[in-house]
Design a protein around this ligand. Structure first.
Ligand code: ATP
Ligand code: MG
Length: 457
């Protein structure tokens, strides 16, 4: 047995050739079942079903991508992707529980209850089909529905470690691009010329960061250089796609690592320009600590199987721009609560130009922000009312983070922790002994400047 970078179990003979990089597509490395660790029992039963059904219908069917990569590394795959020579329409004929999705990249989704197995038809290299099946503008691949052979499909994938195929025919692993060696070395290498591949699809830069963060792999130096050169191409990517990618980066259990790498490659500023600006110019370190702790807690919760919501995460990432703008507004005479509300709207409307935020999340973010103000009002009936607010929990967790980062007095967070843990009478005593917040009733005197543009979400 041969233990690779992240615990992969591969047997040595086939892999010690060292010449993987020179392998041509006509001459793939084939690792027979006896020499790798992928067993059908580790593959989702539904994915195995899809593989066999396609085979029985006379098609080629392979597991590909993260499923193969992660199983070889001894990790649990997030999902199972299948590649086949069947066209999407063929796939729909084979499976009743199948939906075709995507214009840009047409795919078949086979549904089994909540599990979806994604089936992609082998992509080809030459566009010899009529009707604009592949569309490239300024080097960017806007649509790719040109079909081809498995060899061609391998070369159109992003990283070599994502271009490994597990065959249902004989359970071997097929490597057309030197992915096994890279897997062993813990190396992320793009197929083809990095600049060309990033121009085709700038999201691949974020994928490089995500895999490096999640797997602890190194990004090949040529690829790194291309990222430094081309990061700003992310501005051309639709904001909805960046939202999906952002979730994978920050909610995949490696948020801290992802954030550090995004900053290192100057990509964080492409996604969150406002946050990047305020964090980098801030002399006071608590905003940085606040973000770092928020990301760390997200990773921890995922590790513990606790739920996480994108709204909380985004509220953390955008809090410092909101807080600073709210402070500016208050300096101009605005009262605290409307200042936070206005600042929240402005910051969200600026952010969605880069990374879209579905309304249900932006509403919750704004609630978390404006409830921060209400935590300061501890007298009378107010604390009880706040306790009953549907967003109390999220807002309280947010307050704890602020206290941990040193932005608010630890005493305030401790008060709320205690308030929740004691009985009704004691709660009343706590509220009774709190002073009403000074300036609570203050009204704005000056006419309001129009600061809030239409949100455009
Ligand atoms: P994970 O599912 O763990 O996030 P993955 O590698 O499986 O990682 P998917 O987004 O599920 O990623 O994609 C499946 C496979 O499709 C990839 O492994 C890769 O081979 C190919 N692929 C996905 N996105 C791209 C892309 N933007 N460019 C080229 N190939 C891609
Ligand atoms: Mg996948």
């Amino acid at each position: 047995m041969y233990y690779t970078h992240a615990g992969a179990v591969l047997k040595p003979n086939k892999l010690n050739h060292g010449s993987n990089r020179e392998k041509t597509i006509a001459n793939p490395t084939i690792i027979p079942r006896s020499e790798h660790n992928i067993s059908r029992t580790n593959i989702s039963a539904n994915a195995v079903k899809v593989l066999y059904r396609l085979k029985q219908a006379g098609f080629q069917a392979h597991l590909v991508g993260g499923g193969v990569r992660d199983l070889l590394l001894g990790r649990e795959p997030k999902d199972f992707d299948i590649a086949t020579d069947a066209s999407p329409e063929d796939v729909r004929r084979v499976f009743r529980n199948c939906r075709l999705i995507g214009r840009r990249f047409r795919l078949a989704h086979v549904h089994f209850g909540r599990e979806i197995i994604e089936v992609a038809t082998f992509r080809g290299i030459n566009d010899d089909t009529e009707g604009g099946e592949r569309r490239i503008e300024n080097g960017m691949l806007l649509r790719d529905n040109v079909y081809g052979s498995i060899e061609e499909d391998a070369l159109r994938r992003d990283f070599t470690v994502n271009a490994l195929y597990y065959s249902i025919e004989d359970f071997s692993v097929i490597d057309y691009a030197g992915g096994l060696e890279d897997l062993q070395q813990g190396r992320l290498r793009l197929l083809g010329d990095p600049a060309t591949r990033f121009r085709e699809d700038p999201v691949r830069m974020l994928r490089a960061v995500r895999f490096a963060a999640k797997l602890g792999f190194n990004i090949d130096s040529e690829v790194e250089e291309a990222i430094f050169d081309l990061g700003d191409l992310l501005q051309d990517v639709p904001s909805a796609r960046l939202f999906d990618e952002m979730l994978k980066l920050f909610m995949g259990g490696a948020a801290v690592q992802s954030y550090e790498k995004l900053c290192h490659y100057s990509l964080f500023r492409e996604l969150f320009p406002e946050t990047d600006e305020v964090l980098s110019r801030e002399e006071n370190k608590f905003p940085v600590v606040f973000v770092a702790k928020g990301l760390y807690n997200t990773d921890l919760r995922i590790q513990q199987g606790k739920p996480v919501t994108p709204a909380f995460l985004l509220a953390v990432l955008l809090w410092e721009p909101v807080r600073q703008l709210a402070n500016d507004l208050m300096a101009e005479g605005e009262a605290r609560l409307p200042a936070i509300q206005q600042a929240g709207s402005v910051v969200v409307s600026q952010q969605v130009r880069h990374v879209s935020i579905p309304k249900r999340f932006s509403l919750m973010m704004k609630e978390i922000w404006y409830l921060q103000h209400r935590f300061e009002q501890r007298a009378g009936k107010r604390p009880h009312r706040l306790l009953g607010h549907p967003r109390f929990r999220a807002a309280y967790d947010f307050l704890l983070l602020r206290a941990e980062a040193g932005e608010v007095d630890a005493e305030l967070a401790e008060w709320w922790t205690r308030f929740q843990s004691v009985e009704g009478d004691a709660q009343q005593q706590m509220a009774a002994s709190s002073k009403p917040t000074a300036g609570r009733q203050r009204r704005r005197r000056r006419p309001r400047k129009r600061l809030v543009p239409a949100e455009g979400e």
